[in-house]
Ligand binder design. Structure first.
Ligand code: ADP
Ligand code: MG
Length: 313
């Protein structure tokens, strides 16, 4: 059976504007086509920081000008970003496959990620989203909509939402089915649309799930063999950015945990990647996680580059 990969694509694979993105996805498509050609089955999870920020901003500004434009909840903004990024990835991958004589289909699953309402993250909102407001504006919106605002380093007031842990992926069955059928599937974009279960029903909630953590959870629940994070660096380092910097090759889960404790990985960038990689690799023997750059995707998967985290050493 062919090896099944879940790939988490970093922000550098998309750029910041729609025009930049259309160009950038062609580069990502080239590297993914190389893996498809070798017979790997692939699910792609992409980030959406700049894109969801732009959509949210557009609605907030337009709503200030025109009362007919209603508030777009953050969860809906995330769904919109999954739609248009999915379209760009589908189009770039389909064209690249065509040029390479591959008949592989590509599909995008609008994906909901299940979180727990009891997650401690909902008591301690940490993720800033949207535009800056004055103190008075923030107080008014807070009263009207119940949003929480924080003062952000002298620049004004900004809404904060929770960043809860992903516990399951609602569309996992569909995603697995498409992948087994040979489709390249784009799923769980931006970490997924956060939903929680109440009396059996799913409700959306304004929050942001870290895309690397959501991707690792997806890899786990669809039973993928390998979880690969493609970011801006070919390997993970200890003492990163210092004269003592050392790139890591294959490391055990215990070593990765030790380095996390020692503070080698920046919170908000490399730390969630290593945490996600460890979680996936520890979830079952035989599962491995790789962190490398987009350019090194093929070398990473074939063990010639990147940092590998596994329990099997
Ligand atoms: P992405 O968009 O792929 O999620 P991030 O910028 O969030 O990218 O995270 C990747 C970045 O983390 C790297 O480009 C690097 O600058 C930084 N980084 C922080 N700590 C480390 C480390 N210990 N080893 C390697 N890179 C690190
Ligand atoms: Mg990141």
């Amino acid at each position: 059976m062919s090896e099944q990969l879940v790939i988490a694509l970093g922000g550098n694979a998309l750029g910041s504007t729609p025009t930049e993105q259309k160009q950038a996805v062609l580069e990502a498509a080239k590297h993914i086509a190389k893996l498809v050609k070798e017979g790997y089955k692939i699910v792609i999870v992409h980030g959406n920081g700049p894109q969801v920020g732009m959509i949210n901003l557009a609605f907030e500004l337009a709503g200030k000008e025109n009362k007919n434009i209603s508030i777009m909840p953050f969860a809906e903004c995330c769904a919109m970003s999954q739609g248009y990024i999915g379209f760009h990835l589908q189009n770039a991958l389909q064209n690249t496959f065509y040029e390479n004589g591959l008949s592989t289909h590509v599909s995008t699953a609008i994906t909901q990620v299940i979180v727990e309402r009891e997650d401690q993250a909902f008591q301690n909102l940490t993720k800033p989203v949207g535009i800056f407001y004055t103190e008075a504006e923030a107080a008014l919106i807070s009263k009207e909509l119940g949003y929480t605002f924080v003062e952000d380093s002298g620049r004004g007031y900004r809404r904060v939402v929770a960043s809860p842990e992903p516990v399951d992926i609602k569309e996992k069955g569909t995603i697995r089915c498409l992948m087994e059928n040979g489709d390249v599937v784009v799923a769980c974009g931006g970490g997924g649309i956060p939903v929680y279960r109440e009396n059996g029903l799913m409700h959306s909630i304004d929050a942001v799930v870290d895309k690397d953590k959501a991707a690792a959870k997806l890899a786990e629940v669809i039973n993928a063999d390998t979880f690969i994070v493609l970011t801006a660096v070919p390997k993970v380092a200890i003492n990163f950015g210092t004269p003592q910097q050392k790139w890591l090759e294959t490391i055990s889960i215990a070593e990765a945990k030790q380095y996390m404790l020692e503070g080698h990985f920046a919170p908000g960038s490399m730390l969630p990647k290593v945490e996600a990689a460890v979680k996936f690799a520890a979830s079952r023997p035989g599962r491995k996680a790789i962190i490398t750059s987009l350019e090194m995707a093929y070398e990473g998967v074939t063990g010639k580059n990147g940092t590998i985290i596994t329990q099997d050493i």
